[in-house]
Design a protein around this ligand. Sequence first.
Ligand SMILES: [Zn+2]
Length: 113
Amino acid sequence: MHELGVVIEIVKTVEEFAKANGVTKVDTIVLQIGELSSIIPKYIEECFPAAVDGTSLGETKLRIEVLPANALCKRCGKAFPVLPNKGLCPHCGGKDIELLNGKEFMIKEIVAY
Ligand SMILES: [Zn+2]
């Protein structure tokens, strides 16, 4: 499980951002995680309280937005969501697909007052 290291990196990044911008209290961190990312949102949520404990983000909330993965079928050229279709094109049944997105992992927003 590499999520704890990931969360600690996020906390560091947000603390640096807050310091650089004269922010005293960060209310919420919003993360975007692709459905096919190797990072599991549930683990991020579980690690978060330990990662912020004793930091200036002790009161900060975490919100995670999961981005659906989409792929393009190379046979018929149509785009479709990957997981509900188990990686097969629902239009022509093709298996030769190109992943368009779904592996994202980023800080979308830092809500501060
Ligand atoms: Zn197709």
